[in-house]
Each structure stands twice: as structure tokens, then as C-alpha cells.
Design a protein around this ligand. Structure first.
Ligand code: DX5
Ligand code: ZN
Length: 217
């Protein structure tokens, strides 16, 4: 598919040598840096925060796609912008006033994304869909890299693409979790146009080559 966006997840990068992995992504055919922020409350894991994102932003030559797996994400919108986020994605399940949060993200000058856990139906986005730049379909339960792809995500992607064709044809549908060279074509065929890949990229013998393979979806 033309213009498929590939965003390697830095959660699987080598944090002892982060600059090297940032430079590898800069050189590669990847489009964005996917940065997973976990608070130990919304998900059962803690990842990294502002100082690491600022450091990545200092060396990154591509947009930062920040995926917030935190409760009450509306508390930190300006801070993420200041840290370098270009796209800010919040979880549907973490927002009491999702519409307001989306407007705040856009007012801060970022693209706005909403992510759905595997159990959350795409139908729930109908009323905010025209406002969104991106929907992130989680194809694993968020919190960890290296899990297996949940097949039901394919039906959700198809349904969401049909909804978007009516109310937001430019919507980016991103898929995150268990994406690899074994399933990337099927995911894009279902209607996704952005893929996140962590362990598939950084666990590969040649990450740059794997990025090239995943880009040919
Ligand atoms: C999971 C994160 C993902 C994760 C993907 O909660 O949102 O971005 O890094 O890792 P893989 O590609 O290994 O499933
Ligand atoms: Zn993610």
C-alpha cells in the first residue's frame, strides 16, 4: 500500500545505546518514532517519561508518535508538546472527557490520536471520529512488547475503515502489538495505513532490513 507509515517502537530499543538506535531509525525507511509511555496504573508496567522523550527528540529527524498508556492523560498535554511530541495518542478507556482532550491536543499543535484496547468496540468512536487524525487499534493488551497478535483486531480495522470512509476519509488507522513480517500485509489489506513494530524490528538480525520488509505491505 502506498504511504504506509511505519513506526518502530523504541520500547524494544537498546536503552544502553539509545542514540545508536535513534540514528538507525533516522537512516532507515521508517517514518515515525513510536514512544510508549506507561504509568504502572493504566497498564501493569512502567516505561519512560519526559527526559527520555526529550533526549530522543534531540537526535530524531522524524516525527515523534507518543502513545500514552496513562490515566488522566489530559494533565500533561502541554508537557508532551514541549518534550517534542508531534502526534499524541490517548486511550479511550483513560479519558472521562475524550472530546475535550482531543481538542486540547489539537490546540497544543499536535495531531490527535485515540487508542482502543482489544475489548473496546470501534463503534464507541462514532461521535468523535470526524475530529481525529488517527485511531490506534491495540492488537495486544497494552503494557509489554513481544506479545502475540490478537486476530480479532483485523475485524475491528475493517469496521473502522468502513466508518471512516463515511465521516473521515483521511483517518490514519494505526495497529500496535504483535506486528511482524508474517502478518503485516494482512493488517494493511484490512485497512490499516500505519504499523507499529517493536520486537519485530529490534529483535531482527538486521533491523534496517526488517524496516524495509515491513514497509512493503
Ligand atoms: C505495547 C506497546 C507497543 C509495543 C509493541 O503496550 O503499545 O507499542 O512496544 O511491541 P511489539 O511490536 O513487540 O508487540
Ligand atoms: Zn504503543
Amino acid at each position: 500500500m502506498k504511504n504506509m507509515i511505519l513506526a518502530p517502537s523504541m520500547l524494544s530499543a537498546d536503552f544502553g545505546n539509545l542514540k545508536k538506535d535513534v540514528e538507525m531509525i533516522n537512516r532507515s525507511e521508517a517514518d515515525w518514532f513510536h514512544l510508549d509511555i506507561m504509568d504502572g496504573v493504566f497498564v501493569p508496567n512502567i516505561s519512560f517519561g519526559f527526559p527520555v522523550v526529550k533526549y530522543i527528540n534531540k537526535y530524531a529527524e522524524k516525527p515523534l508518535d507518543v502513545h500514552l498508556m496513562i490515566v488522566q492523560p489530559e494533565r500533561y498535554i502541554e508537557e508532551w508538546k514541549n518534550a517534542g511530541a508531534d502526534i499524541l495518542t490517548v486511550h479511550y478507556e483513560a479519558c472521562a472527557h475524550l472530546h475535550r482532550t482531543i481538542q486540547q491536543i489539537k490546540a497544543a499543535g499536535m495531531k490527535a490520536g485515540v487508542s482502543l484496547n482489544p475489548h473496546t468496540s470501534v463503534d464507541l468512536l462514532e461521535d468523535v471520529l470526524p475530529e481525529l487524525d488517527m485511531v490506534l487499534i491495540m492488537s495486544v493488551n497494552p503494557g509489554f512488547g513481544g506479545q502475540s497478535f490478537i486476530g480479532q483486531a483485523l475485524n475491528k480495522i475493517k469496521k473502522l475503515r468502513a466508518m471512516a470512509d463515511k465521516s473521515n476519509p483521511d483517518l490514519i488507522i494505526q495497529v500496535d502489538g504483535g506486528v511482524s513480517s508474517k502478518n503485516h500485509k494482512e493488517i494493511v489489506a484490512a485497512g490499516a495505513n500505519a504499523l507499529v513494530a517493536g520486537s519485530a524490528v529490534f529483535g531482527a538480525e538486521n533491523p534496517e532490513e526488517m524496516i524495509k520488509i515491513l514497509k512493503k505491505a
